[in-house]
Design a protein. Structure first.
Length: 430
């Protein structure tokens, strides 16, 4: 039995794709790179932007031919778009065998067993060859492992569909997180990426009843033998507090990069977006981070063209980006998502104005990124070799260097140049 997983959207979706695969891998399925070679396809969908949802729907539509070629094949659609569209998905695409919404992912192993056991057994009988269980799945880097620590979001940003499709926050027990980190490190992982929609809101009591917060979890994960680096995505500025800043400054394994979504430089728009923070509170956190960690690099998210955005609002965003100096930025043109509060407002910034603002913002962000990259030429940076000759510096910049390579090891590379988004270097010391 051969399994193919497609994860669309963010890193959480990719991590969830891996989790969705696990019960099937435990049943002995072997991951394959090409959909045409698969007996089972799992699509983990994303709905944060209309474009991501359209991409998922188009892929599901195209897979009808794959299914028609052999009706015993199994198509599972999971994730945020599955949650949002629910029954509409099964109605529009009757060739889908199982729809699993993002809110019930914890229940997925049971659902998939119940819904498909009979069908799997039938196929297995027909084929008569069931691979040995425990085949590792091969679509994550063995050196960098992702570990989900929380799901859902308790905020209600007016443009965002996530709280509706993923539900309220739930936090994994610290013991479960640490057990997964240990298992992944024993399997060769050296960098652990902790994942969650608002990852640093994580809090939970441990088995001994002690209150643990995200800063404690960071310290505990870093202390697991074999862990060279710890990163986390996506932090929310609201939970960037002194405890977290101290942990980042004191624990050498925690990497010096933080993604801090600003969204807009206009306080009026931040209010309409219900961002739960002002530009003043945002910049105060950025200041505290930079004073405790002088080498830290920040990246950010910006939305342009939110309903009622004026030239003045946009100008404030440009000024805020210049002030923040992000190493890189993810920039988005606002588009309404059905089911969100903002979708009730007129989408009144004309498309050509959105285009023009996005182009100006991107030019600014590209310039800042280029400057940050150029400033590294001539420096020696510590990299973790992820795939043999390719990895990242501790501040998140991607680096490519010549041989020799040693996946899983950290060593120093002298930066000799920069191509678009990637630093080029040569081995300095091993
Ligand atoms: S914090 Fe806001 S943007 Fe982020 S997932 Fe929650 S609601 Fe969406």
């Amino acid at each position: 039995m051969r399994l193919h997983v497609v994860a669309l959207g963010c890193q959480m979706s990719v991590a969830d794709g891996g989790e969705l695969a696990q019960p099937l891998i435990a049943r002995g399925m072997r991951p394959v790179a090409e959909p045409k070679d698969a007996d089972v396809i799992i699509i983990n969908t994303c709905t944060v932007r209309q474009h991501a949802e359209d991409k998922a729907l188009s892929l599901i539509g195209r897979l009808k031919t794959w299914k028609d070629e052999n009706p015993a094949r199994i198509l599972i659609v999971a994730g945020c778009a599955a949650e949002r569209l629910g029954g509409r998905l099964s109605k529009r695409f009757p060739h889908v065998d199982l729809v699993v919404g993002a809110k019930v992912i914890d229940d997925y192993p049971r659902l998939v067993e119940e819904a498909l056991a009979a069908r799997f057994d039938l196929i297995v009988q027909r084929r008569g060859n069931f691979a040995a269980p425990g085949v590792p799945f091969g679509w994550t880097s063995p050196v960098c492992a992702q570990v989900t620590v929380m799901r859902g979001c308790n905020f209600s940003c007016s443009y965002c569909i996530v709280p509706a499709v993923r539900g309220r926050e739930s936090y994994r027990a610290p013991e479960a997180v640490l057990a997964e980190v240990r298992a992944k490190t024993e399997a060769g992982a050296r960098e652990i990426m902790l994942l969650g929609q608002t990852v640093n809101s994580w809090r939970r009591r441990d088995a001994a009843g002690r209150k643990r917060r995200f800063a404690d979890l960071l310290r505990d994960v870093a202390a697991v033998p074999g862990v060279l680096r710890v990163r986390f995505e996506s932090p929310h500025p609201h939970f960037v507090d002194d405890a977290l800043i101290s942990a980042m400054a004191e624990v050498p394994q925690v990497c010096g990069h933080l993604h801090l979504p600003l969204q807009s430089g206009s306080d009026r728009l931040l209010g309409l977006m219900r961002r739960n923070g002002s530009t003043a509170s945002f910049f105060e956190k950025a200041r505290r981070l930079r004073s405790a960690l002088p080498e830290i690099e920040l990246s950010t998210d910006i939305i342009i063209g939110f309903p009622s955005e004026t030239d003045d609002d946009f100008q404030r965003t440009l000024e805020a980006v210049e002030r923040l100096r992000p190493a890189w930025a993810y920039t988005f043109k606002y588009s309404p998502r059905e089911g969100t509060e903002a979708a009730g407002r007129p989408d009144d910034v004309p498309p050509e104005v959105k285009e023009e603002r996005l182009a100006r913002l991107n030019a600014l962000c590209d310039g800042l990124n280029e400057k940050a990259m150029r400033s590294r030429v001539g420096r020696v940076v510590k990299i973790l070799d992820e795939t043999g000759g390719y990895g990242r510096a501790r501040d998140g910049f991607r680096v490519k260097w010549g041989t020799p390579a040693a996946p899983g090891r950290e060593f120093r590379v002298r930066v000799t140049g920069a191509s678009k988004r990637t630093l080029l270097g040569e081995c300095h010391e091993r």
